[in-house]
Ligand binder design. Structure first.
Ligand code: HEM
Length: 541
């Protein structure tokens, strides 16, 4: 399901109709060479330079700050960003897709933290640090406008345009936000627990589990079950899952609506899915009419918020919202769970020991169940899940449109420019994490998934001096459009980690260390080849 709702839940997005993002996969050997290229010791000078350059940087969402022009020079006298957008169509896409870090690193060194490029057939202004992200995302609806691929807009029947204007977006967010409150999270918890239990038991009964397809099934189950709660099983579920794949594969593509095109297949798949959820939506509408609504799914919380706002319940519109929630929550979660579970066999023993020790303390205090209090006490599991998202999070790029001319790092971003925010490079160069090596080697040590001993440090999230919040992950976006589903993903991740820590050993049945590829969304995929895990029951807690 590579073609996901890229802008709603931010993976490497492809822009509209002239998006040709596939490049030839590079060989494993080549990938290794690129990864290790110029990996040398960190220069203290570079460290100091980097820390100084970003001393004022904070990614805390509370400090999201924007000002149209922070320089002394009038905007129309500022220079435009440097860079190369002379190559039309393919532009720098192959280099970007092959190795996002290296592509950004070279250009930041040459042009500074904001430069221009041509990616996926569009001229873009690239923003690569947290100062820039704060301005671009914090300035939503004023300096910048949310954007997505035309194919997706059409498939969602124009509903995504609500995200573009302040008033409609705020209203939409209020209503959608009702599905992610702490009370809503409590309502979903039993289903999350039951789903994780069932999958872990099933995986333990198998000789080995193919990581990526298994996480695809799990995430689809989470998405379908928590959003709409169809309660389907067997063949019916298999067909719906297949239709879902067709829909998401064709959601970001050329808008050519002809027989056999991905867009036509996606449109047909969408109609099938909407028909499948129609009855459940109608049932929910009747519950409202009877005044006996059972709040147990995202749909029910969202519909209640609409009623509270005095909006009449319209079944087709509810169904489209269900589709959007599922779209937002499935592939991103699959990719995040894939890394969370895939790295377990390679994690330093001390981390696994601490995870189990925390679960022992929690069970002693709260009992074996998964209550709100028990979930709240899982601070180490929470920190580990964040750390994995930080290192190899699904969203490494988001796009925005400049609504008006504004200044960034002394450059003029012109109204109408497409802005590509590199969340991956912003994290790589985050002075709270990087020792400066992001300037010297393509993958900085603090984000190197192939060197977990050095990169994974859950404790950095537990030290209040670091002042890290979810925005520091960048992977959930920042500012007014930031991910509403983050608490739901974190709940799933914590339950999975807790159950594994209490009762399973996870080993790599492939026999070789996992090759995660060049970056989370690099051409060639991540992981670069099938990974098989073995789940062995072991009563630790
Ligand atoms: C690891 C999992 C996830 C990741 C990495 C992720 C990432 C993101 C990102 C980056 C955005 C911001 C997009 C932008 O600014 O253009 C976003 C928005 C959103 N996400 Fe997620 N997401 C995840 C899971 C979920 C889940 C499980 C749901 C719900 C079922 C969800 C619902 C949403 C919604 C509704 C928005 C739109 C917010 C708005 O525009 O106001 N996400 N997500």
């Amino acid at each position: 399901m590579q073609g996901q709702l890229q802008q709603l839940h931010g993976r490497t997005a492809r822009l509209g109709e002239n998006q040709v993002s596939q490049t030839a996969p590079i060989s494993l050997h080549k990938r290794y060479e690129q990864r290790t290229a110029s990996r040398s010791c960190t220069a203290p000078k570079a460290q100091a330079r980097s820390a100084k350059a970003q001393a004022a940087t904070s990614s805390n969402s509370s400090s999201l700050d924007w000002k149209r022009n922070s320089s002394q020079t009038p905007i129309d006298q500022l220079p435009e960003p440097d860079g190369d957008w002379s190559l039309p169509f393919i532009g720098e896409t192959p280099e970007f897709k092959a190795n996002h870090w290296e592509w950004a690193r070279k250009r930041v060194k040459k042009y500074g933290p904001v430069f221009r490029s041509n990616i996926f057939g569009s001229d873009v202004v690239v923003v690569t640090d947290f100062i820039g992200l704060q301005k671009v995302f914090g300035g939503a609806h004023k300096l910048t406008q949310w954007m997505t691929a035309p194919s997706l807009e059409i498939l969602c029947d124009g509903m995504l345009s609500a995200s573009k204007e302040k008033a409609s977006h705020q209203k939409q967010r209020r209503q959608q936000g009702a599905a992610f409150t702490p009370d809503a999270m409590d309502a979903y918890l039993p289903r999350v627990v039951a789903t994780c239990e069932a999958y872990l038991q099933e995986w333990a009964s198998q000789d080995s589990v193919n990581l990526v397809p298994a996480m695809g099934e799990l995430s689809f189950d989470f998405a379908e079950g928590l959003v709409v709660g169809l309660g389907i099983q067997g063949e019916e579920k298999r067909i719906l899952g297949a239709k879902w794949q067709e829909f998401t594969k064709g959601a970001i593509t050329f808008t050519l609506d002809a027989p056999g095109t991905p867009f036509r297949r996606a449109r047909k798949a969408k109609e099938y899915i909407l028909a499948a959820i129609k009855d459940r939506v109608a049932e929910k509408t009747r519950e409202f009419e009877r005044g006996s609504v059972k709040k147990d799914t995202l749909l029910s919380f969202f519909a209640s918020a609409k009623v509270d706002e005095g909006d009449p319940l319209n079944e087709p519109e509810l169904a489209m919202n269900v589709l959007m929630f599922m779209l937002a929550g499935s592939d991103t979660s699959r990719d995040a769970h894939k890394v969370l579970l895939g790295i377990l066999p390679q994690l330093p023993t001390a981390i696994l020991d601490e995870l189990r020790a925390e679960q022992r303390r929690i069970v002693e205090k709260h009992g074996p169940g998964y209550s709100r209090a028990a979930m709240g006490a899982m601070r180490y599991a929470d920190a580990l899940a964040r750390e994995v998202l930080r290192i190899w999070g699904p969203a490494d790029v988001l796009f925005r449109l400049a609504k008006e001319d504004f200044e960034l790092h002394g450059k003029r971003i012109k109204k109408g420019s497409t802005i590509l925010t590199s969340m991956l490079y912003a994290k790589a160069s985050d002075p709270r994490m990087s020792a400066g090596d992001h300037e010297l080697q393509s993958v900085p040590l603090h984000m190197d998934i192939h060197q977990l001993q050095a990169s994974v440090k859950p404790e950095r999230w537990l030290d209040p001096h670091n002042k890290l919040d979810m925005a520091a992950l960048a992977t959930f976006g920042m500012g007014p459009h930031s991910c509403l589903g983050a608490p739901l993903y974190m709940q799933e991740a914590k339950v999975l980690l807790a159950m594994i820590a209490r009762g399973y050993d996870v080993s790599n049945a492939t026999g070789e260390p996992v090759d995660w590829g060049m970056s989370p969304n690099a051409a060639g995929g991540s992981p670069a080849a099938d990974v098989f895990l073995k789940f062995t029951p072991h009563q630790y807690v």
